[in-house]
Design a protein around this ligand. Sequence first.
Ligand code: SF4
Length: 399
Amino acid sequence: MFTASAAPLAPADSAVLPNAPVPGLGGSRRVAAALARVRGGARLTFDEGLTLFREATVLEAGAAADAVRRVKHLVDRVTYQVDRNINYTNVCIYRCAFCAFYRPAGDAEGYVLPFEEIGRKVEETIALGGTGILLQGGIHAELPFSFYEEMLSFLREKYPQVHRHAFSAPEIHFLAKKEKTTIADVLARLQKAGLQSVPGGGAEILEDGVRKRIWALTKAPTLKWAEVHREAHRLGMPTTATMMFGVGETHEQRLQHFDVVRRVQDASLAEGVESFTAFIPWTFQEENTAMDGTVETAGGTDYLRTLAIARLYLDNVPHMQGSWLTQGAKIGSVAMSFGADDLGSIMIEENVVAAAGSHNKMGEEGMLALIRDAGFTPVKRGSVYDRCREACCRDLPAL
Ligand code: SF4
């Protein structure tokens, strides 16, 4: 528990404080003032977030995020999921500069998975104790809308127990353009066919200057990404928010991304509809991408600082996911003390990040050991952070 040692400072106080290091802390007085406000229950301002990025030591940010995380999640538990990423196609009309996964139409390595193959992958997932699938693909210009509806209906009918978390904002946005209809209409039709929740993919950095530079603006400008999530929430579907960082963006641009997520969440919560279940920051992997060697990618310290500030800034998002997949098990382990209350999925299959050079792997036993060794209690969850109903978890408080 974070116990306030001094009365929270007003924002005006923090603005006039000299920016000398705080004895014994190593950070600055502005950092101390911002963190005191968080301890007092206040929401971080944009400028305070910037101060944390620029002046907080990584341990200061981490300790504050850990305190917030322990208040939000009353016991020392860390959740994880067993699911599988199924990429139904790698054919894509876009050429995002950070992507090593896509293949242009007509490429010998391009594929569209037959439903039987998707079914086989789901059966393997069930056999391994999996409870959900994450279904995403490239933006394939030739697949008709009925392909998406039939894929969802096939999965719902054949594997009703497996949660269908599917289609990132760029896929939804493209379908709306192709069908000459609204994003809300596309989501409603997909929901009718079996869609249950929407992943936060395709967010990268939600600032259009960055999106343009990394060739991600056309596939979904920031406003379209936000619209997909707002409309999904309104239709009663929870979603997640992601951030891929370390693509040469500034700290201001990372905060702008946090701000988009916080504002979307505020609006959905105010309406009393569904909302973001989690924020999932992860770092750009450059191998085999057009951006390889062109930017300074984010290392472990930058990752942990960003995760911690995200936990502090996104006061309205319940869960924060640590990324062992891009950062490896060691940083994944530390992430649990930097604000993360969830380590995501063991990912029986993952192709997108693997294509860009990240080959970290983990089985369920490895996940359990990683969480326990860090001093936390592992709890298996479902795709929308619903708790596992197995005997092991029945007595724990609600997530
Ligand atoms: S990130 Fe998605 S939209 Fe961009 S090229 Fe890769 S598959 Fe296509």
